[in-house]
Design a protein around this ligand. Structure first.
Ligand code: GSH
Length: 222
């Protein structure tokens, strides 16, 4: 049977990006299909009729939606170069921290990005707290997976690029060396991994996109 792999995504999606790094880390070749969210393709609506969102991975004609579900599927389908430990407790804790980054850090980043004034200051303080907690999961290691990357690095792998661009748009920093020495080291090391680096969207393009997105969110809320 053919190993045909296709990924439907959009270039600015952090969820799509995490799937791209998982596929690249594993060395899986795939066809990338850019979607347009204002005019979703028939295929996307058929592949993800519940949420109608990207990313969707299509393997041998079968669609899989939801980025973390896709990443677990990728791990099970191509177990070489594992991103999950063989130890069941370590596997469970990796899933715990991946979920923490989605449940706590992602909404806090969005709030920090999309608010102003007092609400923004509160959102920033909340984000700092959550990132500090996430940083603790590094336990002084280079990556969340230890010496090499694992599930948490992939789940949170969009944060360095996206947070840095958001900081540029907002003109203030949330991750500074004196408050996040390990997390900043992780940002640096992760961005320099070839399979991460080669999938990054162009920084200026992402910054412009985020600037326009923030302006449209602020205009809607006034
Ligand atoms: N929980 C989903 C989130 C995916 C998501 O929010 N995708 C956005 C793009 S970044 C999307 O497709 N939005 C289209 C829409 O809301 O109509 C995942 O992890 O895959």
């Amino acid at each position: 049977m053919s190993e045909e792999v296709k990924l439907h995504s959009i270039w600015e999606s952090p969820f799509g990006f995490r799937v791209q790094i998982a596929l690249s880390f594993k060395g899986i070749e795939y066809e990338y299909i850019e979607e347009y969210l204002k005019d979703k393709s028939e295929l996307l609506l058929r592949y993800n009729p519940v949420h109608k969102k990207v990313p969707v991975l299509v393997h041998r004609g079968k669609p899989i939606p939801e980025s973390m579900v896709i990443i677990e599927y990728v791990e099970e389908t191509w177990p070489e170069k594992p991103i999950l430990s063989e130890d069941l407790h370590e596997r469970a804790m990796a899933r715990f921290w991946a979920k923490f980054s989605d449940d706590k850090c992602s909404p806090a980043i969005f709030k920090y990005f999309s608010t102003q004034g007092e609400e923004h200051d509160k959102a920033k303080a909340e984000l700092v707290e959550n990132l500090k907690t996430l940083e603790g999961a590094l336990k002084g290691n280079k990556f969340f997976g230890g010496e090499t990357i694992g599930l948490v690095d992939i789940a949170a792998g969009w944060m360095p690029m996206w947070i840095q661009r958001i900081e540029e748009v907002l003109g203030n920093k949330v991750v500074e060396e004196n408050s996040f020495p390990h997390l900043q080291g992780w940002f640096h090391d992760l961005l320099n991994l070839p399979f991460v680096n080669q999938n990054l969207p162009p920084p200026e393009k992402l910054r412009e996109h985020l600037k326009n997105f923030r302006n449209s969110l602020l205009a809607r809320s006034t």
